[in-house]
Each structure stands twice: as structure tokens, then as C-alpha cells.
Design a protein around this ligand. Structure first.
Ligand SMILES: Cc1ncc(COP(=O)(O)O)c(C=O)c1O
Length: 419
């Protein structure tokens, strides 16, 4: 986006005028967003102010599960860094160390265990391709994995004669216990890896990663978590989760630039995992997570944007964001369940429900429901059509509000009731 477009956006959205100018790049403070930090959880005026930090205009955006919308401050940070870079003589520094530290604090990881990737798909591939698995070793996953967390295993299984074992998880997931039991009852003597989506892309169900990791560790089984969704949506502490690997896409709920991802490699693996891409330093174990970042020239402006999105997130606060996102999802869930002809496939138990709610409408293909929502809203949603599923998925984030949720529920009710 050009500066004049940003200025036009600032005029359209007055609050953007008090967004910080990006003067110096590299410190968290450079992107601090001056939100009030008071007790404003139910204050719609506060959330309306938050909404004004985005360029979302004409409709209801409920597909953060695919990618989040960037706050204007993040766009500005990227643009400022990129423009300065191209002056050649006035380039702004980028402090990877500061970004690592900031991200580490958010996800509960030692900074040196983090590698920067482009997204979850890449992170999952780094792990699958970097482990020394042997013919006959079994990788266990569910039939509801996203291709970004599944295909890396298909590839290594085909190449190294491994066994992929996929089982159907309970849908709707009745409880954490039921999910835990579903996994542990499938583990056999050859199982070497559990590849677990922390939050299913299909239904938003939250998996009991902490319990599964502890259980697996006792049996010498590796836990690889496809964590595309939780950062920016749920409080996260990967050390406490106890998993071996955690791959994520901050471009979703953390509202970071598309193309900025991360992989957590636990201390017990940081010196043992083979890097996917080798360049200078690939075998220098002292580099820790940075050993995996030597992938050739990359676009640091995106990482600067990532840093700005972390500052935006911190300005509001993880707890408040989680409460808002999940609170809206609970409202959506209740509204949809009250509509005749609508079946919610996401968990009824709020402990297992995230900020994504999926449903079907009796007698209607989900593609038709989605087309009608687009015509009526427009409402932007996700069609879950993979793995022989046919759901409509709605995501709720901080730029959504109760009025939008109620409008969408009303539209779904109308679609379900129409002949
Ligand atoms: C659970 C899950 N895993 C992996 C991915 C892939 O993410 P990315 O395209 O950012 O690699 C997605 C994307 O929606 C997802 O929902």
C-alpha cells in the first residue's frame, strides 16, 4: 500500500490518525499502539475503536481461520521498512533478536528454540523431513487434518516406507477426555509420532495437547503440533504444553503479514533436527533456532510487520483478545443452535470450543449456504470441503462484534427456513 492510500485510510478511519508513525524499526516500542488498558471487556466503544484500526469495509469478515486482516499499523511498518530498503542508503535495521524475544514471551518458549518460517505448512515440513524415521515407523493423525499438516507426512511415508495411520476423531467433540481417549486408544507398538492439530481447521475443536504430550513422552513418542490457529487466539505456553514441535501461521489470528510463520523446536530437539534448507551455518549447533533460518535472502519487511503485529496484540492483551474472540464464538454457537434445521458440528463444551464455529443446514449444500451469505451480507466465510466434509465455518476475531454475530445468525436462520 502506498503512503497516500494509508493517509486516505487514516482520513476514513479517524482513529488511525493517532496510530504511531514508524520512526525507528527494531524495538517493540516503535510500534506501540496507544490503546486504553482499563477494564473495558464489555465496552463496545473500545472494540469499535479497535475495529477502526483495520481497513475492513463493506461486509462481515468471518474467515480469520484462513487469514487475518492486517491492522493499519502493521501495514505501515511493512511499507516504511520496504520503502527505506529500496532507497539503498537509508535502510532501516531489523532486529531479529528483538522479534525472537517478543514472540518467545508470547508463546512461553526460550527464544533460541524459535525458527522463522513462512507458515505452518513449511514448519510441519521442516519437522517431518528433519526427523530420522525408519521404515515401518508409524505416524498417527486424524482424518480431519489440514493438508498443510498432513501432506508432509504423506511425502516422508511414501519416500521412506513409513506407515500413516489416520483415525476419525469424535465429531462434535463431546469433551477433552473423549478427544484424549480417541488418540490414546489408537496408539500401537510402532507409533513413533503423534501429529496433532491443536485446533482443528474443520470444527475449531481444541485438542488436549498438554495431556497427550505428557502421555506420549512417557512412551518415547514424538509430538508434533500443527498450531496454525492458537497464537493470537488462545493463551499459549509451549513449554507447559510439553510438545516436541509446534508450527504456526501468525498471519491468521496474530494478524501478522502473510508469509511470516514460526516453528518452535523444543530444547531436546534443537540440536538434533536436520534443517530442511542448508546454507552457511546449517551445522553450527551453537546457532540453535537460527540454524533453521539460513534459507537465503528473505523479505525482512515481513518480519518487521510481524513485530508490529505482536506490538498490536500486546497493546490489547492476550487475555482480553481470547475472551472477546471466544465470547463471540459462544454467542454465535448459541444463536446457531437455536435455528431450526441448523446443526452445529463444533463442540458444545466451551472448554473445547475455540473461536471457530462450523455448521450444516438441513437439505442444503454448504456451498449454497455460503453463496446466500455472500449475497445477503456480504459475509466472508470458509467452506470446509476437504476430507469428505461439507461444513460452513465462521471465525470470530476482535474486528467482529455482537451485532455482526446476530446478523449472521439471522441470515443463517432465514436460509434454513426458506424453501
Ligand atoms: C490446522 C491448519 N493447519 C495448517 C494450515 C496451513 O496454514 P498455512 O497455509 O499458513 O501454512 C491451516 C490453514 O488454514 C490450518 O487451518
Amino acid at each position: 500500500m502506498r503512503r497516500r492510500d494509508l493517509l486516505r485510510a487514516a482520513a476514513l478511519f479517524p482513529a488511525a490518525a493517532w496510530l504511531p508513525r514508524v520512526g525507528s524499526v527494531g524495538s517493540v516500542e516503535a510500534y506501540a499502539v496507544p490503546f486504553a488498558r482499563g477494564p473495558v471487556d464489555d465496552d463496545e466503544a473500545y472494540w469499535a475503536e479497535v475495529r477502526r484500526q483495520f481497513l475492513i469495509t463493506d461486509g462481515i469478515f468471518m474467515n480469520t481461520g484462513t487469514w487475518g486482516a492486517l491492522p493499519v499499523s502493521v501495514l505501515e511498518a511493512i511499507e516504511a521498512h520496504m520503502r527505506a530498503f529500496e532507497t539503498v542508503f537509508h535502510q532501516m535495521p531489523f532486529d531479529a533478536h528483538a522479534l525472537r524475544a517478543q514472540l518467545a514471551a508470547l508463546i512461553g518458549a526460550p527464544a533460541e528454540t524459535i525458527a522463522f518460517t513462512r507458515n505452518t505448512t513449511e514448519g510441519m515440513n521442516v519437522v517431518a523431513r528433519g526427523l530420522d524415521l525408519r521404515p515401518g515407523d508409524e505416524i498417527l493423525l486424524t482424518t480431519q487434518e489440514h493438508v498443510g499438516g498432513r501432506c508432509c507426512w504423506e511425502l516422508v511415508a511414501a519416500r521412506h516406507d513409513l506407515t500413516l495411520r489416520m483415525f476419525p476423531p469424535p465429531v462434535p467433540a463431546p469433551s477433552e477426555d473423549a478427544l484424549f481417549d480417541a488418540w490414546t486408544s489408537q496408539v500401537g507398538p510402532r507409533t513413533k509420532v503423534l501429529s496433532i492439530s491443536h485446533v482443528y481447521f474443520s470444527t475449531g475443536a481444541i485438542q488436549p495437547v498438554r495431556r497427550l504430550s505428557a502421555w506420549a513422552r512417557e512412551r518415547g513418542i514424538i509430538t508434533v503440533v500443527d498450531g496454525a490457529h492458537p497464537p493470537g487466539m488462545l493463551s499459549l505456553d509451549v513449554t507447559d504444553l510439553g510438545c516436541d514441535f509446534y508450527a504456526s501461521s501468525p498471519h491468521k489470528w496474530l494478524l501478522a503479514p502473510k508469509g511470516s510463520g514460526f516453528l518452535y523446536i523444543s530444547p531436546q530437539w534443537i540440536d538434533r533436527l536436520w534443517p530442511l534448507v542448508a546454507s552457511g551455518g546449517w551445522d553450527d549447533l551453537a546457532l540453535k533456532g537460527d540454524r533453521f533460518d539460513h534459507v537465503g535472502t528473505r523479505n525482512d519487511s515481513l518480519l518487521v510487520g510481524f513485530q508490529a503485529s505482536l506490538a498490536f496484540h500486546d497493546a490489547i492483551g492476550t487475555e482480553r483478545i481470547e475472551k472477546r474472540c471466544r465470547g463471540l464464538a459462544t454467542r454465535l454457537d448459541a444463536g446457531l443452535r437455536a435455528q431450526p434445521g441448523v446443526t452445529v458440528v463444533s463442540p458444545a463444551d466451551p472448554a473445547v470450543r475455540s473461536a471457530m464455529v462450523s455448521f450444516t443446514v438441513d437439505g442444503r449444500a454448504s456451498s449454497e449456504v455460503i453463496r446466500r451469505l455472500w449475497q445477503m451480507g456480504p459475509v466472508r466465510v470458509r467452506h470446509v470441503a476437504e476430507n469428505n466434509l461439507d461444513y460452513v465455518r465462521l471465525s470470530t476475531h476482535i474486528y467482529n462484534n455482537p451485532a455482526e454475530v446476530d446478523r449472521v445468525v439471522g441470515m443463517v436462520g432465514e436460509i434454513a427456513g426458506s424453501t
